[in-house]
Design a protein around this ligand. Structure first.
Ligand code: PMP
Length: 298
């Protein structure tokens, strides 16, 4: 079955789906994106992801290609046409097509909208119990990592460094020795004192949707939440470490730069939070099926 993509108003087989070579997304990475988990055929936390997409567009003064509700319809249609039950939906908006010139086109042009969806192993199963390994890399990104731009070269290089070291994720560490976040995830620890620690949104991080939801979930679990950055040494001395993202949910970190975190096994808090997150996740119907509240996943 060939995959279907949405490009500027048309649903096309992937092989025929294309954007212009003078698209500013291609020329300048002048574009934003978001990724939404699809679980059991439904979009997970789509409102928050679309709100973040809207914020990213606003920060870069890229025109909104359509209303949020229309975009929701398109995303669901792409998910449906690709028969995705478990996987992800990807939305990208670029400033549009114009002769190459750094400044914004005048008059402004129509933004380019691309939506794709693909199946993957259910996020709830990916290394969820097993955990992952992490390496650290120096923070080399620009100061606006709160904008979810497709300009991801530092993240690409970080993830490649992880792969070449036989690890799964890379954590960006600032010049002050404190951890910001992962190449595509937020970073957390559970201290020996039982505090749940993650960087605040004022830090060099993307405002992860999973991060925000998990903070709400954790508050109901009686955990002490502390939004501050932590050092690698502190993470190694912590009881647990884990990452969060829409596609990995809560995934334990077993080691950092080859040194074990805690006892080197997946932690109990991560497992509890992961289960609580799955149980409470708000999901909206993508195709086939009523709205489910906290439907969880078998
Ligand atoms: N930080 C970065 C750099 C990311 O790319 C992602 C994945 N979008 C996250 C954090 C986690 O965000 P979310 O929970 O919204 O997937």
């Amino acid at each position: 079955m060939s995959r279907i993509a949405y490009v500027n108003g048309r649903y096309l087989p992937l092989a025929e789906a294309a954007v212009h070579i003078e698209d500013r997304g291609f020329q300048f990475a002048d574009a934003v994106y978001d990724v939404i988990e699809v679980r059991g055929g439904r979009l997970v936390e789509d409102e928050r992801h679309l709100a973040r997409l809207g914020r990213s567009l606003g920060e870069l003064r890229i025109a909104t290609p359509m209303t949020v509700s229309a975009l929701g319809v398109v995303i669901r249609e792409v998910v449906r046409r690709n028969h995705v039950r478990d996987g992800l939906a990807y939305v990208q908006v670029t400033r549009g097509v114009a002769p190459r010139d750094h400044a914004f086109p005048v008059p402004s042009v129509r933004p380019t909208l691309v939506v794709t969806a693909r199946r993957s192993k259910p996020a709830v199963k990916i290394k969820g119990e097993a955990g992952i390994t992490v390496v650290t890399v120096p923070e080399t990104r620009w100061a606006r990592v709160d904008i979810k731009t497709v300009s991801l070269l530092p993240n690409v290089l970080a993830r490649q460094a992880a792969r070449e070291a036989g690890a799964n994720e890379a954590w960006f560490v600032g010049a002050d020795g404190l951890v910001n976040e992962g190449s595509s995830s937020n970073a957390w620890i559970v201290t020996a004192a039982g505090e749940l620690v993650t960087a605040p949104t004022t830090a060099m991080i993307l405002r992860g949707v999973t991060r925000a939801v998990l903070l709400e979930v954790a508050a109901t679990q009686g955990l002490t939440l502390v939004e501050r950055r932590f050092s690698v040494a502190e993470a190694l001395a912590a009881r647990e470490a884990f990452i969060t993202s829409a596609t990995s949910l809560v995934t334990p970190v077993l080691s950092i730069d080859g040194a074990p975190v805690g006892n080197g096994g997946p932690g109990a808090t991560a497992a509890t939070l992961r289960a609580a997150l799955i149980a409470r996740t708000r999901v909206a119907p993508a195709w086939g099926g009523p709205v489910a509240q906290g439907s969880g996943i078998g």
